[in-house]
Design a protein around this ligand. Structure first.
Ligand code: TIU
Length: 221
């Protein structure tokens, strides 16, 4: 059985019941000049995940294991966006407003799609989600049932928002989750650090925290 060095202790998983989740690696969040940066965020904090995640994806795909991608966003008429979410942002930089890469976080727009470096392959599910968590108002549970998944590798952005919400949702549904620290990113270094600590604290209250090199070695052994 593959074993990964992790906190609070070794993470063991079966390759035939583990899926790799790639959360929201979208241009709106990661590209210089995009929505995330226009809000004053430092996108380099997210972009450092691209290299490690590309390497993990290549190894995971090479081993023939399932990959699932998600994108946060909304229908063009915003009918799936709660008013409280819509009105929260700075005026003129709200969901649906025109941005550098199309309407901000709207499905079908260039900025809403996944960055070129991590584009999904044909056949890999891409889940469009209206919330922060990947289970809320999506068919993720059905897809995981089809794979008979028991464990999840959760990667992507941002650590304390969509990654955390998804790990919490998954943990409550009975999945064992490993978060490779080098494959998740936050705009805020202090949130990255605290977010990772929170997952593994109290004996792994939400899951395990490791790193991609040990994970890649584990699936190649
Ligand atoms: N994908 C995700 O985390 N969505 C966010 O809105 N994150 C922020 O950190 N804002």
């Amino acid at each position: 059985m593959p074993v990964v060095d992790a906190e609070p202790g070794p993470f063991e998983f079966q390759t035939d019941s583990t899926a790799l989740l790639v959360i929201d690696m979208q241009r709106d969040f990661l590209m210089p000049g995009g929505f995330g940066e226009s809000l004053g965020n430092d996108v380099s904090q997210l972009r450092r995940t691209i290299g490690p995640l590309a390497a993990l994806l290549a190894a995971w795909r090479g081993a023939g294991l399932p990959v699932i991608h998600t994108r946060e966003g909304h229908l063009p008429d915003l009918s799936d966006c709660p008013p409280a979410k819509l009105t929260r942002g700075a005026p003129s930089q709200r969901i649906g407003d025109p941005g550098a890469f199309g309407r901000i976080l709207i499905r079908g727009e260039y900025g809403h799609d996944i960055i070129d470096e991590l584009q999904p392959l044909d056949g890999e599910p891409v889940i469009d989600k209206p919330g922060k968590g990947a289970f809320y108002a999506t068919n993720l549970q059905n897809i995981l049932d089809k794979y008979q998944a028991k464990s999840l590798i959760v990667t992507g952005v941002t650590t304390e928002v969509c990654v955390h919400t998804t790990v919490r949702e998954a943990n409550d549904r009975g999945y064992e989750c490993l978060v490779p620290a080098d494959c998740v990113g936050s705009y805020f270094p202090e949130f990255q650090q605290a977010g990772l600590k929170m997952i593994a604290a109290q004996g792994g209250i939400f899951g395990w925290v490791g790193a991609s090199p040990s994970l890649i070695t584990a699936i190649q052994e």
